[in-house]
Design a protein around this ligand. Structure first.
Ligand SMILES: NC(=O)c1ccc[n+]([C@@H]2O[C@H](COP(=O)([O-])OP(=O)(O)OC[C@H]3O[C@@H](n4cnc5c(N)ncnc54)[C@H](OP(=O)(O)O)[C@@H]3O)[C@@H](O)[C@H]2O)c1
Length: 273
């Protein structure tokens, strides 16, 4: 009876992770969210999910250590003390730096500092606390797999080769969380816990619905670069396609297979799109 703990399941990739992992009634899917009532309401109105008794929603902002600790304690009560999979999906995609490089942000130092700090709190430190609090439960589990959802934007080779200057603050936060995964692997590999950072590809989760025309223009340049990088790239994937890939990578990866601490995509390699 595998158990999954997934953060940020209120929408987007996280909601699809909840949907797919709870589709087998033998699994227990525990979703951590900032607004429990709103998420429970959403699930109660979802024809597919509303009857699933194997879904549990817990309240925890990933930047709130006490709430995360309480969620770990609550999880232990639900599962009997062990967890098989932890997926740190919750993340913040900052729009301040999404369409510019450092040069374009240089005259807004205060907003830059504020955004970098928030990105660090959510995308990096939040996941360190999550993994510190839930690894004891993973150690008691059967499967012992922990994943954070990262981004190909955090790949220095991709950045350099394709001159991808945009989203620098977000990319720095994801590069940092890749190192978090490597450090957890360095510490826990001998205990049999697999840690991986997985990029979900480019996924349509409504991130770009409110963009301005100017931002759209910049976006077009980026998409053109993506098409040169990956001639088969046909635009963003659906959450369903992306999560199929993510779960396939999780299921087929092992420490013995050389995946401890890796930073790879939902294709299981270094191809990001
Ligand atoms: N979509 C893409 O193309 C793409 C590409 C590469 C990587 N990613 C990564 O994939 C993950 C999911 O992305 P998405 O596109 O599904 O994003 P999304 O639709 O914006 O969803 C983000 C999720 O994270 C939660 N979250 C944000 N801040 C939080 C906090 N402080 N504490 C707890 N939960 C918090 C949100 O909860 P609320 O509803 O409470 O805000 C929401 O459930 C992120 O880590 C993102 O960086 C996405």
């Amino acid at each position: 009876m595998p158990s999954y703990v997934i953060t940020g399941i209120s929408r987007g990739i996280g909601y699809e992770l909840l949907r797919q992992t709870s589709s087998d009634s033998q699994n227990t899917a525990i979703g951590l969210v900032r607004d429990k009532a709103a998420t429970e309401k959403k699930i109660s109105e979802d024809e597919e999910l509303k009857t699933r008794t194997n879904i549990h929603i817990l309240q925890a902002d990933i930047t709130d250590y006490a709430a995360l600790k309480a969620a770990a304690e609550e999880t232990a009560k639900i599962t009997g003390g062990a967890v098989d999979y932890v997926i740190g999906n919750a993340g913040w995609v900052s729009m301040f730096d999404n369409f510019d490089g450092f040069r374009g942000l240089a005259d807004k130092p205060e907003e830059l500092t504020k955004t970098m700090s928030l990105l660090t709190d959510i995308n990096v430190t939040g996941n360190i606390h999550l993994l510190n609090l839930f690894t004891p439960l993973l150690l008691k589990g059967e499967t012992k797999k922990a994943v954070v959802i990262t981004s190909g934007f955090a790949d220095p080779d991709f950045t350099n080769e394709w001159e991808v200057a945009v989203a620098p603050l977000y990319a720095v936060s994801k590069a940092a969380v890749n190192m978090v995964i490597a450090k957890f692997n360095a510490e826990y590999k001998k205990d049999g816990v697999l840690f991986m950072a997985i990029c979900p590809g480019m996924v349509d989760t409504g991130l770009y619905v409110n963009v301005t025309e100017e931002q759209m223009g910049k976006m077009g340049g980026l998409v053109a670069t993506f098409q040169k990088y990956s001639p088969t790239f046909a635009g963003p994937e659906t959450p369903e396609q992306s999560v199929n890939g993510i779960l396939n990578v999780i299921n087929t990866s092992s420490i013995e297979g050389g995946r401890g601490g890796v930073f790879i995509s939902h294709f299981g390699n270094k191809r990001w799109l």
